[in-house]
Design a protein around this ligand. Structure first.
Ligand SMILES: *Cc1c(COP(=O)(O)O)cnc(C)c1O
Length: 351
């Protein structure tokens, strides 16, 4: 047995997959009970009257190129949120297994774990060390039942990168025992290279990427898990057969065309200079107690009175995220970098 089949739920490993309609684009389709023509007048071969290709090849191939991994290492999902859910379902036995998270962090890891009936174990980030990983606590709290370790870098909501060497040390220490899932939703804003380049050396490392943030496609719902081909094959067994809509594939391929990618560069530069401006200006405001550094497209700021700050932003027509619910962050708000005009209006609302 491989380490993946030993780590995963035995019933999922043994599961017979749903046999979706065969994909034979060279033949005309009378096998999927679709409407045989496009009601809007197309010839019916490629329209929305047809079910989409499961794991659409062209987009898998394109994302594999973009992320510099092999297509067999890519699982496409409806946002990376879907991959988080599938990981919990494939690896955690309800009522028995656990995931480990490092709060304050993205809430979906523990929500998906709980929906699956898995325990959530916590090893908090070290607030006094710029929210660094507490490697010792992570290893101490990882038991034989801990199947997944979720890490987020840059971390949401604190905005900091995790130390690369620490992530890799954890992956090495947990080899064969747990999957280390590194969420890089914001890595494009950090100037740091993705750890996807190290997947070959660390088979129990898995990486989440998304088109929702830097690529501006949150509405299309498209994300990817990059992992060992055996992990990907296992998750392909349980993802719904027609998960990725045709409209999403078309939108993603268009956004990733060379000319569209080239147009994103100057926009990223604008976003980063606006981030720098907010980092510079926010601490000068009287209502602001502190601003944490950021490697993402948002930042965390602490206020004397966060409720008042929320109200003033709303009065200026702007919504920022209340982060007071996170343990240990105090009166904090999470601010997404907006357009230059929006950022100016936000700063004015607090001055
Ligand atoms: C926004 C975000 C995602 C992306 O989710 P999608 O489902 O791909 O839109 C993933 N992880 C974190 C930490 C995020 O903040």
């Amino acid at each position: 047995m491989s380490w993946v089949t030993e780590l995963a739920r035995a019933d999922i490993v043994a599961l017979r997959v749903y046999e979706h309609a065969a994909w034979r684009p060279e033949l005309q389709r009378l096998h999927a009970n679709e409407l045989p023509w496009d009601p809007t007048g197309g010839d019916g071969r490629d329209g929305l009257n047809r079910y989409p290709q499961p794991q659409p090849r062209a987009l898998v191939q394109r994302l594999a190129e973009l992320y510099a991994v092999s297509p067999a290492s890519v699982l496409l999902g409806r946002g990376s949120d879907e991959a988080i859910d599938l990981l919990c379902r494939a690896f955690c036995r309800a009522g028995t297994d656990a995931v480990l998270v490092c709060p304050p962090t993205f809430g979906m890891y523990s929500v998906c774990a709980r929906i699956q009936g898995a325990d959530v174990i916590e090893a908090p980030l070290l607030a006094e060390q710029s929210f660094a990983l507490d490697e010792q606590q992570v290893l101490k709290r990882c038991t034989a039942r801990t199947k997944l370790l979720f890490l987020c870098s840059p971390n949401n909501p604190t905005g900091n990168l995790l130390e690369e060497a620490a992530v890799l040390r954890l992956a090495a220490a947990l080899a064969g025992r747990a999957l280390v899932v590194l969420d890089e939703a914001y890595v494009e804003f950090s100037g740091r290279a993705s750890l996807a380049r190290r997947l070959g050396e660390f088979p129990n490392l898995a990486i989440l990427r998304t088109l929702s943030k830097a690529y501006g496609l949150a509405g299309a719902r498209c994300g990817a898990l990059l992992a060992d081909p055996e992990v990907i094959a296992l998750l392909r067994k349980i993802i719904p057969p027609y998960a990725i809509p045709r409209l999403t594939v078309d939108a993603a391929l268009a956004r990733l065309a060379p000319s569209a990618l080239a147009a994103l560069h100057p926009q990223l530069a604008t976003l980063l200079s606006e981030r720098a401006r907010l980092q510079r200006e926010l601490p000068r405001l009287r209502a602001v107690r502190r601003v944490w550094p950021s490697d993402a497209n948002f930042m965390l700021a602490q206020f004397d009175d966060a409720g008042d700050a929320l109200e003033r932003a709303a009065a200026a027509g702007l919504l920022v995220r209340d982060a007071r619910g996170y343990p240990g962050l105090g009166c904090a708000l999470r601010i997404s970098v907006g357009t230059p005009e929006q950022n100016t209006r936000l700063l004015e609302s607090w001055s």
